[in-house]
Ligand binder design. Structure first.
Ligand SMILES: [Zn+2]
Ligand SMILES: [Zn+2]
Length: 401
């Protein structure tokens, strides 16, 4: 009887080693999960991270971009430097998992798995400090406030890459629906830019029975909402992706009163900067000129949440090689399309070549629940794979000799 087996991937043993050593990091993950902190308030989490890194011999810098932490190890003579990044913040959600380590803080929960990202990078950082051979500089970057609050930009503004120069920077995100032990990635643009736009339409209030005495901001707003739909349909090149969603409208309190003003809130997304800029120009012009045509005025406030996340060619080739060395070709999904979600890490890949990958969190009832859901939990079985990827990246890029 013969059985054919594909040879084990070259670095499968590294995953095994990190699996054997995962217990203390799973414990850290559960501790962080039980004590979640919102963006820029990650004081307990960042103290824990800083304490562990110092214990393992890292040169630790705290308070970068608020609660950010960077750990550095320099070895050998090589000028090469690599950055590995994890996010630490939780979301304003009331957890309902019923887990023994469920959140102990009301309305605050690790529903995006950033507890898992922090623990995964700590597991890698520990192995890299104690067992790995490399020549060059390793920077482990723990960023605050990924969830729309601009933690990456704050760290960059605080001199992150001047104080800790990196040739390339890497990050991962857990992906529910992708089996544990699998990774997914794509070259080029992987996630969209995201802008939050607030349009305030100001008219003139009046009695609902005497509209001729006022200027109705609700009618002008309705017209703006409809006209905005023409941007993606008529202005954006049909082969490019873009989203203009009006997710909130607030105006008035009574059916017989014409209010003074109305407010619209938009989520605006694109996969390239040119399209992103086109959307901004058209949104401003439609809002202002539609309002004007009704005798009202509109002010448009743009807030950039993230840039298009672009995976640089060489960094992505390296990330792919390393993933395949851990889980083989069958464990890697090449994503055919970008996703219109967004990620704060894009501010880092805008500055430096980098790559962002998805780490399988599991399918079905174990790990398959979507992120930002009150029932979500990071899957501890995924931790050794993520940690092994970080370790193997460093060993490959900062190769000795
Ligand atoms: Zn999230
Ligand atoms: Zn997230």
């Amino acid at each position: 009887m013969t059985q054919s087996h594909a040879p084990a991937p070259e670095r499968a043993a590294l995953v095994e080693t990190l699996r054997e050593r995962r217990a203390p990091f799973v414990q850290i993950r559960h501790d962080i999960h039980a004590h979640p902190e919102l963006g820029f308030a990650e004081t307990r989490t960042s103290s824990l991270v800083a304490e562990k890194l110092a214990e393992w011999g890292y040169e630790v810098t705290t308070g970068i971009g608020g609660t950010g932490v960077v750990g550095r190890i320099r070895r050998g003579a090589s000028e090469r430097a690599i950055g590995l990044r994890a996010d630490m913040d939780a979301l304003p959600i009331q957890e309902n998992t019923g887990l023994p380590y469920a959140s102990t803080v009301a309305q605050t929960m690790h529903a995006c798995g950033h507890d898992g990202h922090t623990a995964t990078l700590l597991a890698a950082a520990h192995y890299l400090a104690t067992d790995a051979a490399f020549d060059g500089t390793l920077n482990v970057i723990f960023q605050p406030a990924e969830e729309g609050l601009g933690g990456a930009s704050r760290m960059i503004a605080d001199g992150l890459f001047e104080r800790f120069p990196c040739d390339q920077v890497f990050a991962l995100h857990n992906a529910p629906g992708l089996p544990v032990g699998h990774f997914a990635v794509r070259h080029g643009c992987m996630l969209a830019s995201s802008d939050t736009v607030t349009i305030t339409v100001t008219g003139r209030g009046a009695h609902g029975a005497m509209p001729q005495l006022g200027c109705d901001p609700i009618v002008a707003s309705a017209s703006i909402v409809m006209a905005l739909q023409s941007i993606v349909a008529r202005n954006v090149e049909p082969t490019r992706a873009a989203v203009v969603t009006v997710g909130a409208i607030h105006a008035g309190k009574a059916g017989n009163v014409i209010p003074e003003s109305a407010t619209l809130q938009l989520s605006v997304r694109a996969l390239d900067s040119e399209t992103r800029n086109l959307l901004e120009t058209r949104i401003r012009s439609i809002a202002e000129l539609q309002a004007q045509s009704y005798g009202a005025t509109a002010s448009v406030e743009y807030k950039a949440i993230s840039r298009p996340l672009v995976n640089e060619q060489k960094a992505t080739d390296l990330a792919i090689d390393v993933m395949q060395s851990l889980v083989g070709k069958t464990g890697l999904t090449m994503m055919p399309e970008a996703v219109m979600g967004s990620e704060d890490f894009s501010w880092m890949t805008e500055k430096l070549p980098g790559c962002y990958v998805l780490l399988g969190n599991g399918v079905g009832s174990v790990g398959g629940c979507t992120v930002h859901n009150p029932g979500y939990d990071f899957n501890d079985e995924a931790l050794p794979y993520g940690a092994a990827w970080f370790v193997a990246l460093v060993e490959r890029y900062l190769r000795q000799g």
